[in-house]
Write a protein that binds this ligand. Sequence first.
Ligand code: ASP
Length: 327
Amino acid sequence: MSSPRRLLFLHTGGTLGMKGDPGPLAPSHYSETVLPFVRGLDELAEIEHSYLCNIDSSDMTPALWEALAATIAQGLDRFDGFVVLHGTDTMAYSASALSYLLQDLPKPVIFTGAQRPLAHLRSDGRQNLVHAAICATLDVPEVGVFFSRRLTRGNRTTKSSVQSYDAYRSPGLAPLVKMGVDIDYPMAARRPAGPFRLRAGFDERVAVLHLFPHIPARTLDALVDDGVRAVLLLAFGAGNLPLTGWPRSIERATQAGVAVIVGTQCIDGSADLGRYAGSAAARDAGALGAGSMTVEGALTKAMFLLGQSDEAEQFRLSWGLDLAGEL
Ligand code: ASP
């Protein structure tokens, strides 16, 4: 008989373990609000629990991402897979960050959470938890987000709904796993290309700027003057920007060693610098393109790359490399 699977559940907080309805929802005791709902999973795997923190994910930090990654790295020999219990609001940021920290990951790391606390009769938490645990036993060695029947690549996932139990989307990329009556694998998972490496280091001096018609380019100048080292511009449509003032400010930023990255405000499609004159001018002024990366995937990649090197040229070279399937 084969030995049972071993999973590590890592608790960080989120609605699934909260109490307080009516009233503001707030984190409560793991042993009361989460553990009773995990017990039925023993037939699937031997489960151990690690309690990293118990926060609303709005309070997540890069230091906690690193602690989470270090705990996973330490457990890689002992466990077959990992389930990270996390608030839905910033889950896509954490999953993206972990995908860069855990390079050439050999085992599944599955983030999940709930739109309603596990203790509620109508909670989506139990189904998410069961399916996330199943995904953690499958041959999908990626950092993924399991929510509402789909496992999607973490750094290509974004929260799209406050209300729906189907709260996430992975624009332009098929799920890794689809849970129906049967389990389907619409997209092949990535495979480690070499030995596993735990990375560390994020630089938080980044900003996201959502453009609007007639936004003054001095908004970018002000960020640069304030010491920001990378700015993600959420531009219009195919990554287009105003011609007035913006190329000059982008050039000023890049000459100061600040990375200017152009993405799109649209959920579907990608920033294609050069398709219109505005984005061609931005590119010629030194801007980099975010392609079809999610905001979460692009921003955490910028934080990660800045944390690895101070060299603007190194950032430029690394930006174009596919570190963890984010491109
Ligand atoms: N505010 C909660 C959080 O992100 C939302 C949730 O978990 O669904 O922690």
